[in-house]
Design a binder for this molecule. Sequence first.
Ligand code: PLP
Length: 382
Amino acid sequence: MIPSPGWIEVDLDAVGRNLDLLRDSLPQRVDVAAVLKADAYGHGIDHVLPLVIDRGIGTIGVTGNDEARAARFLGFAGRIMRIRPALAEEVDDAIAHGVEEWVGGAEHGAEVARVARERGIRIPVHVSINSTGLSRDGIELLHPRGREDLRRVLDEPSLRVVGVCSHFPCEDADDVAQGAAAFQVQSDLVLRSLAAAARAGIRRHCATSFAALTVPDSHFDLVRIGAALYGDSTAPHPGFHPAFTLKSRVAAVNEYRAGSTVGYDRTHRLDRDAVLATVPIGYADGVQRSLGGRACVLIRGRRLPIVDRHAMNTLTVDATELRDLRPGEEVVLYGRQGSDRISSADLERANGHIAADLYSVWGRLHPRIPVRSTTVSHRDAV
Ligand SMILES: *Cc1c(COP(=O)(O)O)cnc(C)c1O
C-alpha cells in the first residue's frame, strides 16, 4: 500500500475500451484528436497516451507545454494541437515540440506570427471562429470587423493555416446542431478566402465528445474528444466507463454522544449517538469545502455522508450503520466500490459544479496508480 493519505486509481482497461468504443461510434473518415489537457483530465498523460498511440490516433489536443513535452518524451510522433490561445512565451517554447497553435483573434495571430518570424519559421495554426457563439476566442465573422480580422490572420506569411475550428458552449443537441450549421457556412467562407493550394489539407473541427456522439453533422474532418475517453461524457450514449477513482482510508473511528456538534462552526449536531470515521483528506487535497455536509463517500460499499464542514486535511463521515469499522478500511470519494459508485452527477449535485472541476485538480494532488479492471468489455457486453 502506498504511504499517502489519498490516491487515484486510473483504470487503463476502461480508457482503452472507451477509445475502441469511440472509434466504433464514429465514421472512419472522421479523424479523432484525443484531448489530453490538464494532464489527461487528471488521469496522467503517461498512463493515457500509450493507449492512444496503440490505437493509431494521430492527433492529440493539449493546453500546456508540459503535456506537449511529455507526449514527445513518451514517443508520440503525431500532431499536437493546442486547443486554446497561448501566450507568446508558450508559443516560442512549444516550437521545439512541433505544436500547432490555436489562433484566437487577429491580435493573437499577430503575436504568434511575431514569434514565428523571430525564429525564422512558419507556425502551423488552427484559426478559431465564433460560429458557435462561445465568444471566448474565435473571430466573430458576423461583426463588421470580422472579415478584416480573418484576412489579417490568413495573410500572415509566418502562419500556415492547417485548421479552422470552433467550440460549443452547450451540451444540448439543438444548440450543437445550430452551431454546426453556422460553422459549415462560416468555415466555407474561410476556405474560400484561401488560395486552392493553401486550402488543401485544412481540417475543420468543432465537435467535443457530446457533439460528436450526439450530432453527426458536427463531425466535419476531426473531432476533439476528452470526456468520453475518460468515461465522463454526458452524451446519451451507453458503454463508456469511468476510469478515475479517488480513494483514501479510515484513519480513526470514535463514538460520540447525541447532542454533540461535529467539526468547525458547529454546523452539524448529532441527533443520536454516532460512530464517526476520520478520513485524512481535506480541502487542501482538493476535496473542496463545498462538499462538506453534502457529499457522500463509500465504505464497505455503503454510501455514508460527510457530516462536517471539513478541514484542510481531514473530513468526518457518519459510519454509525457500519459495525466494527476499523482504521485502515478503504474509503472511496469518487468512483466505484462494491456495487455502488460515487458518480460525476453525485459530485455535481453536492458542490454545484461539473465533476471535472474537482477531479482534474485531484489528478495533480494525489499519486496515481494504473490498474486493470475486470469488468467485461463493451464488445462482450453487447
Ligand atoms: C476540453 C476541450 C475539448 C474536449 O471536450 P470534451 O467535452 O471533454 O470532449 C474540445 N475542444 C476544446 C477547445 C476543449 O477545450
